[in-house]
Design a protein around this ligand. Structure first.
Ligand SMILES: C[S@@+](CC[C@H](N)C(=O)[O-])C[C@H]1O[C@@H](n2cnc3c(N)ncnc32)[C@H](O)[C@@H]1O
Length: 224
């Protein structure tokens, strides 16, 4: 495949796995979901989460979804009239597989924004999938770097508490931090009938915009 993204090496797809449900009603601490992590951390974003972003942010030009999974975010954006380039490190039957976001050196041709719900672990190896704020930071730094050259926008779905972490707050403070959209409804990541569990975490979109006026503080918005 031609290297459209200025990448180093790309990693091939791996089969997706199925999460295992916890025993119904079992007590668990907040940092333990009770579900085994899925391979490469593939969790589809419910439509309302993307709708909440689009009600509050207008993106300039074509959007890149670099961890597109089965296309949940991309499909909602396309429905709303956006042109979207979709890629993923794995093959979930949508977009262009085999593209490691962290190896890309440029945004794809014509893109002015990145919108994604990235993995929480380092999904380049199946061993490295422990939940990690550091992995999210890597995605954050990289997305900011890539969007800077096109004076673009960058929206990342994170756990709300991630924003308050020391390193994340440093990233946000040095970047063109435009908005936090806190989701007041918690996300239902998958439906397993009666065993379905909602996330114990609140999530938020953090939005960077390289056209955001220097010195103007970010806005805090609430959506569901
Ligand atoms: C939490 S899922 C989200 C999928 C999709 N963005 C959505 O919102 O429905 C994370 C996705 O990131 C992909 N991924 C993990 N590491 C990646 C990397 N280094 N580069 C590109 N995609 C990656 C996984 O294959 C998975 O599809």
């Amino acid at each position: 495949m031609p290297d459209l993204f200025g990448r180093g090496e790309a990693v091939g797809p791996e089969p997706a796995g199925r999460a295992r449900a916890p025993r119904a009603g079992a007590a668990r601490p907040i940092h333990i979901s009770g579900y085994a992590r899925k391979d490469r951390d593939f969790y589809a974003t419910p439509d309302w989460v993307t709708e909440a972003l689009l009600r509050n942010v207008r993106f300039r030009g074509r959007v890149w979804e670099p961890c597109c999974g089965a296309g949940a975010i991309a499909t909602v954006m396309q429905r709303r009239g956006y042109e979207v380039t979709s890629t993923d490190i794995a093959d979930n039957g949508f977009g262009t597989p085999g593209v490691d976001f962290l190896s890309c050196q440029t945004v794809p041709d014509g893109c002015r924004a990145i919108v994604t719900n990235p993995p929480y672990g380092d999904a380049r190896s199946l061993q490295g999938q422990e939940k990690s704020a550091l992995s999210m930071l890597r995605f954050g730094h990289h997305g900011l770097r890539l969007t800077r050259s096109v004076e673009g926008q960058f929206a990342l779905l994170v756990r709300l508490r991630w924003v308050a972490g020391k390193r994340a707050s440093a990233l946000a403070s040095t970047g063109p931090f435009a908005a936090v959209i806190a989701l007041t409804r918690r996300i239902h990541w998958f439906n397993l009938g009666e065993e379905t569990n909602i996330s114990q975490h609140h999530h938020a979109w953090v939005v960077f915009d390289h056209a955001h006026p220097i010195g103007q503080p970010p806005v805090l918005l609430f959506a569901d």
